[in-house]
Design a protein around this ligand. Structure first.
Ligand SMILES: C[S@@+](CC[C@H](N)C(=O)[O-])C[C@H]1O[C@@H](n2cnc3c(N)ncnc32)[C@H](O)[C@@H]1O
Length: 296
């Protein structure tokens, strides 16, 4: 079949299955499979694809039609200036989490492009110790280690498979020596972390269990349950971080966490009750998405 006919067939198939932007997705999948620009594909509708590639294409279109996320099909996801390996063992890094990565780099003394919100800054030091709780794909740990020459990260996750992906991403960007991968349950009181952190970052699971059935199909059916669900009210990790802040964080340190659309104020109060001053940072939709806390 020609590229033009295949694209039409795939777009119709995705449209019937309620995939958003079916024509765009059909084009992107074909472009990814053929390792050619989308422009090349649209400019050459008469090219005939061999049988094997055609079968391969139709099979990935079918997967997308079942609402499997695009990033799991291609095995990659863009985050800031990087491309991270992903598979169903890790949450697909979100655009919102870039705000957390940018604010962490700002806290470390940098001026990330397009970041213009109020944020705390650490005092200048030769080296910074960072803790990333629930590292998943390692998008935060790797962006911080890669983005700041003097930042060293302890990256914790309960999932061994997630840590394998995080390690692969660190190797992709040559920062594996700057990240210590720790397989541990952060909610387990007996876990021992070195402490004395300058910066703690976390995008923990924060969906209340009762809301899990209402997530989009592509999230609910494909992304790891353990990366999303967080007890009755979704706040369990923030309580634990606030409770352990005194033993983990230096007095001059900063905590930055991502949160659900309606959780910002409650989390801010949690830290306030432990003696922190806090800031709420907004995502591109104007929603409180990141809470930053410090005692300075
Ligand atoms: C929302 S995902 C965030 C992943 C990544 N940091 C990001 O921003 O895309 C939360 C991560 O926390 C991990 N996690 C869940 N429960 C945990 C626990 N009790 N201790 C440590 N990590 C946990 C999950 O495996 C998952 O990788």
């Amino acid at each position: 079949m020609t590229l033009g006919k295949l694209l039409k067939k795939a777009s119709e198939y995705l449209f019937e299955r309620n995939v958003e932007d079916p024509s765009l997705e059909a084009g992107l999948l074909l472009s990814w499979l053929l390792k050619k620009d989308v422009g090349y594909i649209y400019a050459n509708p008469e090219i005939v694809l061999d049988d094997e590639k055609e079968k391969e294409y139709l099979s990935i279109v079918e997967r997308r039609g079942r609402h499997e996320p695009y990033a799991y099909i291609t095995g990659e996801c863009g985050f800031l200036d990087y491309t991270f390996y992903v598979d169903p063992n890790v949450l697909i890094p979100r655009g919102d989490t870039e705000l957390l990565a940018q604010s962490a780099l700002y806290a470390l003394g940098q001026q990330p492009a397009f970041f213009n919100q109020d944020m705390f800054r650490l005092n200048k030091k030769k080296q910074y110790k960072v803790l990333d709780i629930g590292t998943g794909s390692g998008c935060l740990a790797v962006s911080i280690a890669k983005g700041h020459a003097s930042a060293f990260v302890d990256a914790v996750d309960i999932s061994v498979n997630a840590l394998d992906i995080a390690r692969k991403n660190a190797e992709r960007y040559g920062v594996q020596e700057k990240i210590n991968f720790i397989n541990a349950d952060f909610l387990d009181k007996s876990i021992v972390l070195s402490g004395d952190y300058d910066l703690i970052v976390s995008n923990p699971p924060y969906i209340p269990i009762k809301e899990m059935p209402y997530l989009m199909e592509s999230v609910r059916n494909y992304e790891p349950y353990n990366a999303l669900a967080a007890g009755e009210d979704g706040l369990i990790f923030y309580h634990e971080i606030a409770k352990r802040a005194a033993s983990l964080l230096l007095d001059s340190g900063i905590i930055i966490v991502e949160c659900g659309y309606n959780q910002g104020h409650e989390i801010s109060e949690m830290f306030f009750d432990k003696g922190f001053i806090t800031l709420l940072l907004k995502d591109l939709s104007g929603i409180n998405r990141v809470v930053a806390a410090t005692k300075k």
